[in-house]
Design a protein around this ligand. Structure first.
Ligand code: OSB
Ligand code: MG
Length: 374
């Protein structure tokens, strides 16, 4: 029996209102449009993935609609012609496609789930994961006032989360960070600017942020600005963590070589799926660079893939992998993702991603759907 057999792929766009708006330096998100990918082997087994592209091209160049187009017009025909027989081969099979990593990852991660289900093994074991419990942090959007932010941080700390990341943007930065630090002097705290600052203009602000004993400063400068990040890292002692800048193993190598970052945030969507993510974490282990799993406001499907990835050796810092209930009134998996009072997730041992998908729920939320033979 082939490890992977793909007979049919179904794309379903679902609409999921967030419990509360999430503000970053690039905009406010109140609801997610999510493409749920279901791969079938034609023999009763399914593999699921989700596309983490956002509605608009503001985090990166991709959008829900661009991903839908790339998957249906290009990825599906290439897969159909290829006859690829293992999940580990899907990334290479799609190697002629430039960029569009989130479109690729949606399919690639579903292929890994299907392969794990067909071999009746948990995905995390198939990937070579070592950790059976993973450490969780939270990402808190920009709040209207420092008081409101301090209140939110207090709530997350009380729930057990092991690291707090707060979003910042020009004009909403030092006040927020200093208020949280004053109230919580000892917590593991980081900031994420989503590429909102510029080296020349904002170097003094970066030096001020350097005084708050932050675990890291995530993506302070533009995605393409590796050299500027390296110049900035030379001037501050807080480790820079790159998110938007790292779309491949090649990016990671360049960034580490020029000391543009000392920590890497790995997101399955941003890098094109499990194969690419694993290559980056493997390289990072060799270089002594800690990695952690980023989040894109995923449903339970994306969360389950993030949990599986986080079991790999290099994932030594708490990720943005948190409970479904922080985002959704009702998530689409059963069970939903829950976090222990110690701020950890026990990795499930069921086959595949380990969380069942509630098809009735998916159907109820679907706004468009298309099925392709492979
Ligand atoms: O930069 O990590 C980011 C959400 C959307 C886009 C980019 C980012 C984020 C988050 C949220 O920080 C992480 C999460 O809780 O899913
Ligand atoms: Mg980020």
């Amino acid at each position: 029996m082939d490890k992977l057999h793909m007979k049919e792929v179904r794309l379903s766009e679902i609409a999921m209102p967030l419990k509360s708006a999430f503000e970053t330096s690039f905009g406010v998100t109140t609801a997610r449009r999510v493409i749920v990918v279901r791969l079938s082997d034609g023999n009763g087994s399914f593999g699921y993935g989700e596309c983490t592209a956002m509605d608009g091209p503001f985090y990166n160049h991709e959008t829900v609609d661009s991903a839908w187009g790339v998957i249906s017009r290009f990825i599906v025909p290439i897969l159909r012609r290829s006859g690829v027989k293992s999940a580990g081969g899907v990334e290479e099979t799609l190697g002629s496609i430039q960029g569009n990593r989130m479109a690729i990852a949606a399919i690639e991660t579903a292929a890994w789930d299907l392969e794990a289900v067909r071999s009746e093994r948990p995905l995390w074991q198939l990937l070579g994961g070592k950790q059976t419990e993973i450490d969780c942090g939270v990402s808190i959007g920009i709040q209207e006032s420092p008081e409101r932010l301090v209140e939110k941080v207090g709530k997350e700390i009380a729930s057990g989360y092991q690291r707090i990341k707060i979003k910042i943007k020009p004009g909403a930065d030092l006040d927020l960070v200093s208020a949280v630090r004053r109230e919580f002097p000892d917590i593991r705290l980081s900031v994420d600017a989503n590429a909102a600052y510029r080296l020349e203009k904002d170097i003094d602000l970066m030096k001020e942020l350097d005084e708050y004993d932050l675990l890291m400063i995530e993506q302070p400068l533009a995605g393409g600005a590796l050299l500027d990040h390296s110049k900035l890292q030379a001037k501050i002692s807080t480790p820079i963590c790159l998110d938007e800048s790292i779309t491949s193993l090649a990016d990671a190598k360049q960034a580490v070589d020029m000391d543009a970052c000392r920590i890497i945030n790995i997101k399955l969507g941003r890098v094109g799926g499990h194969t690419a993510a694993r290559a980056i974490q493997d390289y990072a282990v060799g270089k002594g660079i800690p990695v952690w799993c980023g989040g894109m406001l995923e449903t339970g499907i994306g969360r389950a893939h993030n949990i599986a990835m986080s079991t790999l050796e290099g994932f030594t810092l708490p990720g943005d992998v948190s409970a479904s209930a922080r985002y959704w009134d009702k998530d689409i998996t059963e069970p939903v993702v829950e976090v222990s009072p110690a701020g950890t997730i026990c990795v499930p041992n069921n086959k595949g991603i380990g969380y069942g998908v509630n098809e009735e729920c998916v159907t109820g939320l679907t706004v468009r759907s298309e099925t392709f033979e492979l």
